[in-house]
Write a protein that binds this ligand. Structure first.
Ligand SMILES: NC(=O)c1ccc[n+]([C@@H]2O[C@H](COP(=O)([O-])OP(=O)(O)OC[C@H]3O[C@@H](n4cnc5c(N)ncnc54)[C@H](O)[C@@H]3O)[C@@H](O)[C@H]2O)c1
Ligand SMILES: O=C(O)C(=O)C[C@]1(C(=O)O)C=C[C@@H](O)C=C1
Length: 366
């Protein structure tokens, strides 16, 4: 053990990063959270080596401090750290989903022992809390780093070295670039997902069967609406102006769709949907990125008892690893569909052949 990391805020993201550090023998991990149960859980499960309830004392021992709390709390914590007298240089990074307010605070830090580099691992979940933390959460994901005007090269490479356990791909962006793109690809979709759920909720008052009709499509597109309301309020608040701009943009998009429908413009609408499909399919085919690569197969299953296990064992026997499995629209005694995801095109073809040879009816998603 040669370096000490202090993680403040041991929830989904802070806890997952702490796990990335503890699994290496190179780090001694101290953890702090305002929730004592979270600290106890982290200690009990070996997510941290030591609990650091005295923030100043723990910060003074650290080579790296990771701020894993919600954005508003992270900014307050930066202010606190600024007042500490360190006897050595310390790297400080955060995980906040919005970077401009954090980097504005970073640019005001007075403490010349602190090297602050903003961070945002572009991976997560709708779950929250330390019990949802996973050391593989950031594997293959993009990890955005936002250096300050005064960040030196050696601090940057030191941070990258220390974050190796996350197995992510680093990308340098300015805070503004980050917030615009994260606004489009992460924050705004969350707002829309919540609005779609609210719309269904509203219609349910006069259409009682709506929840029963909510099948795979609605569930897929609204999963993220199950995220923590407090956390997402904080994200929207800190990226407010970009959100407002995107809402305006969206209204125009909706108006144009409305026009196509109103005018019965089938050709234009097909073109619109085709373009959207191509862009979405292209995201899935990329090797790395916020949306991990996956190749899907749809398998018809008629006899449900043991059907999932049989399909999985056909693939397991040939060392094909399933990255995701989902039962689509299945009802007792009636044909259902299993959606299997594998991570390479070759595995997809191989799985198709294996299952086809065993008599399964299936379809590939190209
Ligand atoms: N959820 C995601 O998908 C995701 C992905 C990437 C980044 N982020 C960012 O990560 C940060 C944390 O999000 P999360 O999903 O881990 O949330 P979480 O709710 O799972 O964890 C937050 C943790 O911070 C603790 N906390 C709150 N205030 C604190 C304080 N003052 N001092 C110490 N601990 C404090 C909470 O008790 C909790 O354990 C946020 O800034 C968020 O924007 C979230
Ligand atoms: O997978 C999810 O549920 C997420 O919401 C993760 C997600 C996103 O992809 O938008 C959410 C917030 C982040 O800051 C980074 C990642």
């Amino acid at each position: 053990m040669n370096k000490t990391v202090f993680v403040i805020g041991l929830g989904l993201i802070g806890g997952s990063l702490a796990k990335c550090f503890t699994k290496s023998d190179d780090y001694h991990v101290i953890g702090y959270d305002i929730n004592q149960k979270t600290i106890d859980f982290a200690r009990l499960h070996g997510i941290i080596h030591e609990s650091g309830t005295d923030i100043t004392a723990s910060a003074k021992k650290a080579d790296l401090i990771v701020l894993g709390a919600p954005i508003t709390e992270t900014i307050k914590m930066m202010h606190k750290l600024d007042a500490i007298t360190f006897d050595h240089d310390v790297l400080v990074s955060d995980v906040s989903s919005v970077k401009e307010p954090v980097m504005a605070e970073a640019n005001h830090l007075q403490n010349d022992r602190i090297q602050f580099i903003g961070g945002h691992p572009m991976a997560g979940s709708h779950k929250k809390g330390v019990n949802a933390a996973k050391d593989h959460l950031f594997e293959n994901a993009i990890y955005v780093l936002t250096p300050t005007e005064s960040t030196d090269e050696s601090a940057l490479s030191q941070l990258r070295d220390m974050l190796q356990g996350a197995k992510s791909h680093f990308l340098y962006l300015t805070a503004n670039e980050h917030d615009e793109m994260a606004g489009v690809i992460s924050h705004f979709p969350h707002l829309i997902a919540s609005a779609l759920v609210q719309q269904a909720n509203k219609w349910q008052k006069t259409h009682a069967y709506i929840p029963k009709l909510a099948a795979g499509g609605f569930r897929d597109v609204t999963r993220i609406a199950s995220g923590s309301p407090e956390l997402w309020q904080d994200i929207f608040y800190h990226n407010k102006w970009k959100m407002i701009e995107l809402i305006d943009d969206w209204m125009e998009e909706m108006a144009s769709l409305k026009h196509m429908l109103f005018e019965n413009d089938k050709e234009q609408l097909t073109g619109y949907l085709k373009q959207a499909k191509e862009y979405r399919d292209g995201l899935g085919a990329k090797k790395k990125g916020a949306i991990p690569s996956f190749y899907d197969l749809y398998v018809d299953i008629r006899d449900q008892t043991g059907a999932i296990a049989s399909v999985a064992s056909v693939l397991a026997e040939e060392n094909v690893s399933i990255t995701n499995i989902r039962i689509l629209e299945i009802r007792e005694g009636i044909t259902g569909v299993l959606r299997l995801s594998v991570s390479t095109k070759e595995e997809q073809q191989k799985s198709y052949q294996l299952l086809h040879d065993k008599g399964y009816e299936l379809m590939l998603e190209e």
